[in-house]
Design a protein around this ligand. Structure first.
Ligand code: UDX
Length: 430
């Protein structure tokens, strides 16, 4: 058996774990998945996929023979040398990453000179070093350790796994596990960055912080465009064609959401602060993003006056299209602010309504766009689901009692809305 086809263990079956498991199974590895959540493992054993991610269900079904699911580590440890750690590292109350799930894995793994932990979960820079110390204290110092951060995006995770921009492998000098991980990824022909563990950890945090910075930057440009009559879409295009800048992540909107950006930007800022450095830029990135979510309320007030009693239809709740993930979603802040102003919010999301109700039980969700826009004084588009881009806006206009549409993602055509008799307002568009 070549190393490229060697079996692997995947600990944690969330977004990262399931995509990693299904991806490596597709490449030919036997994959032993472990999760402490018995319900989730039960679902997976029955062939049900507990998360919404386009293509993932099919990939898991296609590779059923090679995918094994269990609530205990034994099988993974018995069959696989590389144990990919894909457990959650959510922010704690202090904003630092909660590493308790990572520590539970370290505690559970048996002493071995054969095995390696391959850290896919996003962890603060320095975690690898401290985990190695813990392993040594527990008499398990022979376990190898590799940092292999994950860069997949929700909604396009399978494609991101199969066509990564790069694979980053952080390893200690002379560690055999780094080669084994590199061989696993070899057939994907992605650029490989081999470095030390701390640098690999920092690459992940720096990449997410830079992307978030790009978004907050273009959002501030959009806000200035609103004051000066410039059009942020043309500005972003003109700026992004500069090779040194690039066109992606320059879409102005109602702010970035998702678990990664919100968590990683603040984790990096705190990591710096904990070591005595004040990372000023990231403070601004976070603040701009928070204000951006709230600017929509001011726009509504400018058109409608006092929002008390006004009916506002919110189209889209997920933090971006093609996911049911509500973590860090701008819709959460917007809906709460509108409710605080006394507005009546009715929301529709083709996929995320169930998840949204878990975090906002009082939210009034409808079953269709036409249902929630009925009698609305204004419509706010928060998530650019394809369904919303293909709407018959004359029909929407006929149902509404007001005329205002705020396009929080600059995803609609103002000419079409104008022709439907609606008043269009985007972000940074004249
Ligand atoms: C992100 C990173 O892209 C990925 O590499 C990392 O592994 C996890 O975090 P994800 O959270 O899935 O991925 O979403 P992404 O597609 O990056 O979008 C994040 C947020 O930024 C969304 O709310 C999106 O709407 C917003 N965004 C993105 C903008 O507002 N403008 C843009 O130009 C791009």
């Amino acid at each position: 058996m070549t190393a490229a086809r060697q079996p692997i263990g995947v600990i944690g079956t969330g977004y990262v774990g399931l995509v990693t498991a299904a991806g490596f199974a597709q490449l030919g590895s036997e994959v032993y998945c472990v999760d402490i959540d018995a319900d989730k493992i039960g679902q997976l054993q029955r062939g049900e996929v507990p998360i919404y991610e386009p293509g993932l269900g099919e990939l898991i079904a296609d590779n059923r023979e090679r995918l094994h699911f269990s609530t205990v580590l034994d099988e993974a440890v018995e069959h696989a040398r590389l144990l990919f750690v894909c457990v959650g590292t959510p922010p704690t109350h202090s904003g630092d990453a909660d590493l308790s799930a990572v520590h539970a894995v370290v505690d559970a793994v048996p002493s071995s000179a054969e095995h390696a932990l391959v850290m896919k979960s996003t962890v603060p820079c320095g975690t690898g070093r401290s985990l190695r110390r813990v392993l040594s204290e527990q008499g398990k110092g022979a376990i190898d350790y590799v940092s292999c951060p994950e860069f997949l995006k929700e909604g396009s995770a399978i494609n991101d796994f199969m066509h990564p921009d790069r694979v980053v492998i952080g390893e200690e000098e002379g560690s055999p596990a780094g080669d084994a991980v590199a061989e696993l990824y070899e057939s994907l022909e992605a650029p490989l960055v081999r470095t030390d563990v701390a640098s690999a950890e920092m690459i992940k945090l720096a990449a997410n912080a830079f992307l978030a910075t790009k978004i907050s930057f273009i959002n501030e440009i959009a806000n200035v465009c609103e004051e000066t009559g410039a059009n942020v879409l043309d500005v972003a295009r003109g700026v992004g064609l500069d090779d040194r800048i690039g066109p992606r992540f320059l879409q102005a909107g109602v702010g970035y959401g998702g678990s990664c950006f919100t968590k990683d930007v603040s984790a990096l800022k705190l990591l710096a602060a904990n070591s005595g450095y004040h990372f000023q830029l990231l403070g601004a990135v976070i603040e701009v993003n928070e204000l951006q979510k709230r600017r929509v309320v001011a726009k509504l007030q400018r058109h409608l006056g006092n929002l008390a009693g006004k009916r506002i239809a919110v189209l889209g709740l997920a933090f971006k299209p093609n996911t049911d993930d509500m973590r860090g979603a701008s819709s959460l802040v917007l809906a709460a602010r509108l409710a605080a102003e006394g507005a009546h919010v009715r929301a529709y999301d083709p996929v995320a309504a169930g998840e949204a109700k878990k975090v906002m039980p009082q939210l009034d969700c409808g079953d269709s766009v036409l249902e929630v826009v009925s009698e609305a004084d204004a419509v706010v588009l928060v998530t650019e689901w394809p369904e919303f881009l293909a709407l018959d806006w004359s029909e929407v206009a006929a149902r509404m009692s007001g005329k205002l549409v705020i396009d929080g993602r600059n995803a609609l055509d103002p000419v079409v809305l104008d022709a439907a008799g609606l008043t269009y307002e985007g972000i940074g568009r004249p």
